[in-house]
Design a protein around this ligand. Structure first.
Ligand code: PLP
Length: 406
């Protein structure tokens, strides 16, 4: 049974007060809180197990290497990757997408080649492609969402031309909560010889992910949203794509031999992991993923689906509040605006006074904000430890904000 009270007890920060009120943490889309097991693992790693990895022959270096390398297998299991060598460990999604932009796309894309993006991408999955547009004349093609925030996979498939080399698409929108049928997109793209990069930063937090079933070439995740430390993360890279890639960053660990006039690379995935990695961060991520898998991704998804339904029913009753993104199977992520002149920042300040933490602004999604014709929204994004009682507190705080700004 999914015992949310017991789960909440695993997260020390959830019992604190903010502005004299119990914390209601609804900013999980930005970054999630950490369970005690992750905090303890970080402390233990520094207190008892710490050394640099891959380089030493002494006891602690071997121990740290074993712990760090063990996480690769945990990530592979979490993502359904058949081979842990298809997992490149890194500092998060931004680094993962840049690894693909510099290592795979730049060397093979010419002026006039095309990358397809959805209008709801996060800047992390936009700006690296702008580098290719600016530097190499690559064309960015945008696919819109409909008025509910749904993305028709066929619209993405129809946008493919003989010049398309890559589709870079989110699995789950950090603003609308929309889930994208990336499996359908990957199947069609594969038939046409087009690679697909999936931004799984949000999806991997809320639903089971199986990269083998999806059939993607690249799948990026970021540890701090997965109840793990900031500065941790990974990208799944299909083996044949790895073989096509050049390294993005150069330095220690990613080489085999370095001479004055010659350098040879380490085997993948090490070839794509330059320098001393986030050793302890990554160890913490492994523990966080084990924690999530221990709860069961299906169970987390079911709990959050109930929260989504409850939140939707409550927010639907507020006729002065507009939710962006209304697809029935969306994640429990609610971006909204209030009637009247109140800016999202002002609303979030009122909510904060009631202990409710939400995010306000553009959520790193400039093209989506342009598409919606909005400057900013407030976003309440739920996680595995949130409750219906917290939804009620959110609604009370929103009613107060409405009264103040009406
Ligand atoms: N993609 C999506 C959909 C996100 O929500 C985020 C973070 O907000 C990112 C990418 C970037 O993640 P990070 O900043 O951890 O690299």
């Amino acid at each position: 049974m999914y015992d949310v009270a017991q789960i909440r007890a695993d997260f020390p920060i959830l019992s604190r007060q903010v502005n004299g009120k119990p914390l209601v943490y609804l900013d999980n889309g930005a970054s999630a809180q950490k369970p005690r097991v992750v905090i303890d693992a970080i402390t233990r790693a520094y207190a008892e197990e710490y050394s640099n990895v891959h380089r030493g022959l002494h006891y602690l270096s071997n121990l740290a290497t074993e712990k760090y390398e063990g996480v690769r297998g945990t990530i592979a299991r979490f993502l359904g990757a058949a081979d842990e060598e298809e997992i490149v460990m890194n500092s998060g999604t931004t680094e993962g997408i840049n690894t693909v932009a510099y290592g795979w796309a730049m060397p093979r894309m010419q002026a006039g080649d095309e990358i397809i993006l959805s209008v709801m991408e996060h800047h992390a999955n936009i700006v690296p492609w702008h580098f290719l547009r600016e530097r190499q004349g690559v064309v960015l093609k945008w696919v819109d969402v409909d008025s509910t925030g749904a993305l028709d996979p066929q619209a993405v498939i129809d946008a493919i031309t003989p010049r398309t080399k890559l589709i870079a698409i989110t699995h789950l929108s950090n603003v609308l909560g929309t889930v994208v049928d990336v499996k359908a997109i990957c199947a069609a793209a594969r038939d046409k010889g087009v690679a697909v990069l999936v931004d799984g930063s949000q999806a991997a937090v809320h639903m089971p992910v199986d990269v083998a079933d999806i059939g993607c070439d690249f799948y990026a995740i970021t540890g701090h949203k997965l109840y793990g430390p900031s500065g941790s993360g990974a990208i799944y890279i299909r083996r044949e794509r790895m073989d096509e890639m050049i390294p993005f960053m150069g330095g220690g660990d990613m080489i085999r031999e370095v001479h004055k006039d010659e350098v040879t690379w380490n085997d993948p995935p090490m070839k794509f992991e330059a320098g001393t990695p986030g050793i302890v961060q990554q160890i913490g991520l492994g523990v966080a993923l084990d924690y999530m898998m221990g709860l069961g991704m299906e169970n987390i998804a079911a709990h959050e689906a109930k929260l989504r339904n409850y939140t939707r029913s409550k927010l639907d009753g507020l006729n002065w509040l507009q939710v962006q993104g209304t697809t029935p199977d969306k994640a429990a992520i609610f971006s909204f605006t209030l009637d009247g002149a109140a800016h999202a920042h002002d609303i979030s300040t009122i909510l904060d006074k009631k202990g409710v933490a939400v995010r306000a602004g553009q959520h790193c999604t400039g093209p989506l904000m342009d598409h919606l014709g909005l400057n900013a929204t407030c976003r309440a994004s739920f996680g595995l430890y949130n409750t219906e009682a917290e939804v009620d507190t959110l609604v009370e705080a929103l009613e107060l904000a409405h009264e103040l700004f009406a």
